[in-house]
Design a protein around this ligand. Structure first.
Ligand code: FA5
Length: 343
C-alpha cells in the first residue's frame, strides 16, 4: 500500500473514531494515539527517508495536511463535547425559582416558661407584685431568715450546692420572701407578691425530680389573713390553670418557715359531686402554710400585728399535670420534637 493510501485510510479511521466518541477522555486518547510521537503519522513521516527525493515533498505536504485536518477535527469535537458537558451541568444545577422557600417556624417560649407566665398573669390580676432574687444566694436568706439556723435538722430536707460556707445555689424561692419583707413599707398597705425563678438541689434526677427546677414563691402579709384565704387563692389558681373540674387537697406537713404547714395536691382527673374520693388521683405540686412568727420578726415585721400565708409551687410539676407528661426530665433534654408540641 502506498504511503498516500495509508494516510487516507488513517484519516478515514480516525475521523470515524472522532465522530463516534462521546467522552472527552476517549477523545484525548484518540489524539494521543494519532498525533503522538509513537502515532501512525509520525511513523509515516519517519519512513520518508526511503522514498524518492521528488515524491518526498508531495508526501510530506500530504501528511501535514492530514495531520492538520485531524487536529482540527479533534479540536472541534473537543469543543462540542465540552459544550455538551457544560449544558448538562447547567441543567442539573438549575434552580427552580418558583419552588416554595424553606419554612422557618417562629420560636416560642419553653413550656415551663409558659406556665410561669400564666401564673404571673393570674397573680398580677389579683393585685400581686412580681419580685426577683438572686440564684446565687446567701445562706442567711435561703436558710437563717427562713427560721433554719445552722445545724437545724430540717436543712437536710433540701440537699444544697454550697459555693462557700455562706454562699449557695438557692434551694427554694423562699429567700425572696425575706428580701421583699425587709424592704416593704407596711404603712403603705399589704404585701402581696410572687417570685418565680430557678432553684437547685442535690436531688438525684428521676421522673418527678430534677436537680435544677423552678418554683414560684407566693407571699401575702396583712392584718387579717387566714388559712381560708390561702386555700381559696390556691383553688382559684389551680382551677384557672387546669380547669374548673380539678380539686385541691391540703395535707398537714412541716416547713420551718410556716406554722401550720401544708402540702397541696391537685387532682390529675376531673372531679364532680359523683366522684368517689378513692377514685381521685393526686399529685403534690406545692408546699404552703401560715408564715411563722420568727420569719416575720427576723424581717422586721411585728407578728403581733401582721400575719399571712406563703406558698412555694413547682411549675415543672404543674406542666406535667397540665399536659400529662410523665417524666420531668423531658423538659430539660432540649429535644425540639418534644418542646415544639407546646406552642
Ligand atoms: C419548699 O421548697 C418550700 N420552700 C415551699 C414553701 C414555700 C412552703 C412557702 C411553705 C411556704 P418543697 O421542697 O416541698 O418546699 O418544694 C416545693 C415544690 O417544689 C414541690 O411541691 C414540688 O412541686 C417542687 N419540687 C421540689 N423538689 C423538686 C425537684 N427536685 N424537682 C422538681 N420539682 C420539685
Amino acid at each position: 500500500m502506498s504511503l498516500q493510501d495509508r494516510l487516507n485510510e488513517l484519516k478515514a479511521t480516525v475521523l470515524t473514531q472522532i465522530n463516534t466518541t462521546d467522552h472527552l477522555d476517549h477523545l484525548n486518547e484518540i489524539r494521543v494515539n494519532t498525533l503522538g510521537k509513537k502515532g501512525p503519522i509520525t511513523e509515516v513521516l519517519r519512513g520518508m527517508k526511503d522514498i524518492s527525493a521528488e515524491e518526498r515533498p508531495v508526501i510530506g505536504a500530504f501528511a501535514n495536511e492530514i495531520r492538520d485536518l485531524l487536529k482540527d477535527a479533534l479540536e472541534l469535537k473537543k469543543a462540542e463535547l465540552e459544550n455538551l458537558a457544560l449544558n448538562a451541568q447547567l441543567a442539573a444545577e438549575k434552580i427552580d425559582v418558583s419552588l416554595p422557600g424553606t419554612d422557618f417556624e417562629p420560636g416560642h417560649a419553653h413550656v415551663i416558661q409558659q406556665i410561669i407566665e400564666q401564673l404571673e398573669n393570674q397573680f398580677l390580676g389579683m393585685g400581686y407584685q412580681i419580685a426577683e432574687g438572686p440564684e446565687v444566694e446567701e445562706d442567711k436568706y435561703n436558710f437563717e431568715m427562713m427560721n433554719l439556723p445552722k445545724d437545724h435538722p430540717a436543712r437536710d430536707m433540701q440537699d444544697t450546692f454550697y459555693i462557700t460556707p455562706e454562699i449557695l445555689m438557692r434551694t427554694q424561692t423562699s429567700p425572696v420572701q425575706a428580701r421583699t419583707m425587709e424592704k416593704h413599707d407596711f404603712t403603705q398597705g399589704a404585701l402581696k407578691m410572687i417570685s418565680p425563678g430557678r432553684v437547685y438541689r442535690r436531688d438525684t434526677d428521676d421522673a418527678t425530680h430534677s436537680h435544677q427546677f423552678h418554683q414560684v414563691e407566693g407571699l401575702v402579709i396583712d392584718k387579717h389573713i387566714t388559712m381560708a384565704d390561702l386555700k381559696g387563692t390556691l383553688l382559684k389558681v389551680a382551677q384557672e390553670l387546669f380547669g374548673e373540674k380539678h380539686q385541691i387537697r391540703l395535707r398537714p406537713s412541716y416547713f420551718p418557715f410556716t406554722e401550720p404547714s401544708v402540702e397541696v395536691d391537685v387532682s390529675w382527673n376531673d372531679v364532680d359531686e359523683n366522684t368517689k374520693p378513692e377514685d381521685i388521683e393526686w399529685i403534690e405540686v406545692l408546699g404552703a402554710g401560715m408564715v411563722h412568727p420568727n420569719v416575720l420578726k427576723m424581717a422586721g415585721v411585728d407578728p403581733e400585728v401582721y400575719g399571712g400565708f406563703a406558698f412555694g409551687l413547682g411549675p415543672d410539676r404543674f406542666a406535667m399535670l397540665k399536659y400529662g407528661v410523665d417524666d420531668i426530665r423531658n423538659f430539660y433534654l432540649n429535644d425540639v420534637r418534644f418542646l415544639s408540641q407546646f406552642k
